[in-house]
Design a binder for this molecule. Sequence first.
Ligand code: RNT
Ligand code: ZN
Length: 424
Amino acid sequence: MKNELINKDLILENYENAKKVYALYDVDTDAAIEKFKTIPISVHNWQGDDVTGFEDFEGVHSENVVTGNYPGRAQNGDQMRQDLEQAFKFSPARHKLNLHSMYAEPKEKKDRNEYDTEDYRNWIDWCKKLGIGMDFNVSYFTHPMMKDGCSLASDDEAVREYWIQAGIRGRKIANDIGEELGQLCINNTWVPDGTKDMPADRGAYRKRLMDSLDRILEKPYDKKNMIDVLEGKVFGIGTESFVVGSHDFYIAYAVKKGIGVTIDTGHYHPTEDVADKITALVPFVEAINLHLTRGIRWDSDHCLITDDNLRSMLQEIKRQDLFNKKVHLGLDFFDATINRVTSWIIGLRAAGRTLLEVLLEPSHLLKEAERKNDLTRRLALMEEFRNLPVNAVWDYLCLKEGKGVGTSWLREMEEYEKEVQFKR
Ligand code: RNT
Ligand code: ZN
């Protein structure tokens, strides 16, 4: 492929021209690039092994449906960290690690509800080495202590106690991580709890979940180190009729408790405008954590791409000036039919390129037209802004940061796949 040969002069020339085009709209491309570098994108480690975890349970049911069997998945922490580093090589964004508790590396075998901070020592030290922050999630799934698909809402007290302990410990771990890394650690809670068919007593399930969360959240921690967010969902496979942790439940609960929510873009009805939720929630919740994903017909967790859903979501955040404030960016997809590391790269580059695009958007001109009630102009500008030369700025950024321009990184990935992943 000819375009794998990077023409540096052309990229630099294109950038100089793009800079002039954006300047016509009062947008400073260098300032946008600087801002871009300050906004972390939290990368979901669980894409590296199809949400399997390092614990090794025979035949246990997984509540996260992953399809495909592409060879070479990471099977331990070292392999997964190597894969993540490989992915980071081709993303000019600022990164953060988003880790699930099932990826602990204890010195001796431990139960899920016994983990403590030192069991994540390798991950913490790795983040330190890379100079990145870390987010945390207790894995309330894929475990023998799940009962009838339930954890924190189970009617079995032993099951519920088990997961409450895991939740209490998870918050302490998140606090320690945030403190040690000197960057906020977001502690996300998603539970798959729900029922396939209509329950007779929805209230009983929700009361148990509420009670479990109350107990997990009892202890206050320094908000500089960690904050709590709850991730609702409309339905899942096996929970078609009823999900205990629905959006309504978590929004109401989060507001009452002064905590935050996670918006996973695959967790709504397919026709819902998820971007619209940002301004509806932001005045009332402590934080909004994003799980950017691409749901095809349902929460299918396809690899993120630069589509309109992603663009309008990031546009909303930019236009309200919420980056590095109340809204936190993260990814959540897993597709085992394509190379898992390449999938990270494609998703990260989609998120990064779109983030850059919205930072470069002359939003002030759209707002000005709206204030003047010039709706014709507003629409015309929105259309025209799609034509701005973001790709020239993106290529320049990738070139400058040495993060793979165009498709040049693909050849390196093919090499990595052959030499590293396929030899596992
Ligand atoms: C599941 C949620 C959740 C998971 C991870 C593994 O529907 O999206 O975020 O993907 O916790
Ligand atoms: Zn999610």
